[in-house]
Design a protein around this ligand. Structure first.
Ligand code: R5P
Length: 315
């Protein structure tokens, strides 16, 4: 019997319908019809409103806040697709919630990123695509393919004409040195590393500035901005070390929890660049620039549909 082509389809959860729509439009694919609601007690209610049998399903759902809601919804969408005999299921998770829980800081703690990996595989995900995963070792929690794309080329391109000559690229902690080096390579700039101590979930402290920032503008990079505490500490340390304006910030995931904008404004940052890996609700903040990763994700999906390589997307 001749094999029939497996048709691709994009399915959007409720975490970021605008991103899913932009991806579908870039690929000229329709969004798969689906009803997603909550039962009166808060449980997730899902109904796929068209057949997915043998289809190549790409489910777009960043597990952004409220993380648990969006995670369970993603699991239920995958379960619905698998039970409806989808041919292949790819979870497009531009922001991977719980990624910071990638190891145990002490005794009797969970490794929640590992738990998320177990759950995704248990419900039947065949492969995962994510962006700037907080820690590369999270891939090791899966025994299915995980492609962690990077938004650095997209953000660096947006920043290229804006950065003054002599700008230093600043890694806010040891964990982001590789990402800072990638920005530095693309923007032809030196790297400076801050030594950060985390005091609690919301409190950090910079003890050393490794590199020369005197009379230099700075671009502080990070994978995510949550409360804004890390960036505010970095700005204070850089100013004390003699950095001059502008101080610019670039981060892939702009969680920007309540209070973060006020903190960053008070810290006097000159510009903030983030992607649309999660929805950015803030409207009136002239310093905020949102760069879309929909074309990057569309290209990745295009290559996966054709069983192509994703490695060129890094260039
Ligand atoms: C930490 O390791 C991460 O890379 C970010 O620096 C951190 O999670 C940002 O969180 P916040 O904005 O709350 O400091």
């Amino acid at each position: 019997m001749e094999g029939r082509a497996i048709k691709p389809a994009i399915l959007a959860g409720t975490a970021h319908p605008a991103l899913a729509a932009a991806i579908a439009q870039a690929l000229d694919l329709p969004l798969s019809a689906c009803r997603i609601e909550r039962f009166p007690d808060g449980e997730v209610a899902i109904e796929l409103r068209e057949p997915v049998r043998r289809k190549d399903m790409f489910i777009v759902q960043p597990t952004a806040p409220p993380v648990n809601e969006h995670l369970v919804e993603l699991l239920a969408l995958v379960d619905a697709c698998r039970r409806a005999a989808a041919g292949r299921i790819t979870a497009i998770v531009p922001y991977f919630g719980y990624a910071r829980s990638d190891k145990r800081a002490g005794h009797r703690e969970p490794i929640t990123a590992s738990m998320v990996a177990v759950l995704l595989q248990a419900v039947g995900v065949d492969q995962v695509v994510t962006v700037d995963l907080h820690a590369a070792q999270i891939e090791g929690f899966f025994h299915i393919p995980v492609d962690s794309l990077t938004a650095v080329p997209v953000l660096a391109a947006a920043l290229h004409d804006y950065l003054p000559p002599g700008t230093a690229i600043v890694s806010p902690d040891a964990g982001r040195v590789r990402m800072a080096s990638e920005y530095a390579h693309r923007l032809d700039a030196p790297v400076v590393v801050l030594h950060k101590q985390r005091i609690s979930g919301t409190e950090t402290h910079i003890t050393h500035v490794v590199g020369d920032v005197r009379d230099r503008p700075c671009l502080i990079i990070d994978d995510m901005i949550s409360t804004g505490g890390t960036i505010v500490e970095a700005v204070t340390a850089l100013r004390s070390a003699g950095a001059r304006p502008p101080i610019i910030v670039a981060a892939t995931h702009g969680l920007l929890l309540p209070g973060a904008q006020e903190k960053l404004v008070a810290a006097g940052i000159d510009a903030l660049y983030v992607t649309d890996s999660i929805p950015i609700a803030i409207q009136s903040w002239p310093q905020l620039h949102v760069v879309s990763i929909a074309p990057l994700l569309a290209q990745a999906i295009q290559r996966l549909i054709g069983d192509g390589s994703l490695s060129e997307l890094w260039r």
